[in-house]
Design a protein around this ligand. Structure first.
Ligand code: FAD
Length: 286
């Protein structure tokens, strides 16, 4: 029954929130309002992305520092290896450890257009970080397969390498095809990957923007999702309600399938993420 399925949702859920460094004073205000709104939900950590190749690592650092100074949150910088030498990465890792950072999201980063075939991968960054200190490392996983991967099996073996190099969880690319996530999780277990495969949940506020993101990242947008947002191009209020509903349906199914950890791509907004967490039973002070 509905009552039963709703009551089943109040398990021990862990959440984490992802933010990106703001580039204008208005976006900075939005970010800090969102962090304040979400802090009482007691996330396991909050992460801050780093724009590979953008030359603005400093922006990530300053958000991380302010989170450390002004909140009780555990701050996890994203770190990419494409645009830094091993020496630079080692120095940064030592700096992070000495300034109290214990959690890092370790990524390769996207290659600039026309780059030669890469020779360093995220697994190398995980190994490098673990050579510096006992960081808690998260890595990326792709239920619908990373666009550069030779095939799904090679991509899965790459994830296994990252875990064996010392990562303690995988966070997935966002997805809307829940079945593909569940099948991927089963394949991870079968491959001997024994860490949480944390679903990355993207609450959708802007469907047209999502279409561009999804095309770049090999993420499928099922027909039902297109139909949900049909006719709402000029109606952001309804889009937000529909977007929350879509994500709430997804997390309910995932929760029933035993998922306990959720990572939210907040896009620096609190509202949808807060509502979705609320329905999962994640409440202030709990
Ligand atoms: P890897 O794990 O290194 O994999 C990259 C590709 O190489 C895969 O196709 C893999 O199968 C393949 N591969 C691995 N090893 C080998 C090998 N030995 N030989 C041949 N092929 C191999 N990007 C940013 O710039 N900044 C961010 O802050 C950021 N945050 C992210 C957070 C999450 C949760 C996710 C899912 C992605 C994020 N990204 C970010 C995007 C990410 O950087 C890109 O998807 C990037 O293209 C791959 O990074 P990776 O860490 O998954 O790479």
């Amino acid at each position: 029954s509905l009552n039963q399925s709703l009551s089943e949702l109040n398990g021990d859920i862990n959440v984490s929130f992802e933010f990106f460094p703001p580039s204008t004073p208005e976006m900075e205000t939005l970010l800090w309002n969102s962090i304040q709104r979400l802090e009482p939900l007691n996330p396991k950590f909050v992460s801050v992305t780093y724009g590979a190749n953008s030359g603005v690592r400093d922006r990530t650092h300053s958000v991380i520092e302010r989170i450390q100074q002004e909140t009780e949150l555990v701050a996890a910088p994203h770190l990419t290896l494409v645009d830094a030498s091993d020496e630079e990465l080692l120095e940064l890792a030592r700096h992070y450890w000495n300034s109290g950072i214990r959690n890092i999201v370790a990524l390769r980063g996207d290659l600039p257009e026309g780059s030669p075939k890469p020779t360093r991968f995220a697994s190398d960054l995980v190994r490098l970080l673990r050579s510096v200190a006992d960081f808690d490392i998260s890595v990326a996983a792709y239920p619908e397969v990373h666009p550069d991967a030779a095939n799904a099996q090679a991509d899965l073996i790459n994830l296994k390498r990252k875990i064996e190099a010392g990562a303690s969880r995988a966070i997935t690319q966002f997805f809307f095809d829940v079945e593909s996530y569940l099948r991927f999780r089963d394949r991870c277990v079968a491959a001997g990957i024994d860490v949480e495969i944390v679903p990355g949940i993207l609450p959708v506020g802007n469907f047209n923007q999502l279409k561009r993101f999804a095309a770049m990242t090999n993420v499928s947008l099922p027909g039902w999702l297109h139909r949900q947002f049909e006719g709402l191009d000029n109606d952001p209020g309804t889009r937000a309600l529909v977007g929350a509903n879509v994500a709430i349906d997804m997390v309910k199914v995932l929760s029933r399938e035993g998922v306990k950890d959720f990572h939210f791509y907040t896009l620096n907004r609190a509202e949808l993420t807060y509502a979705i967490c609320h329905t999962l039973g994640v409440r202030p002070g709990k």
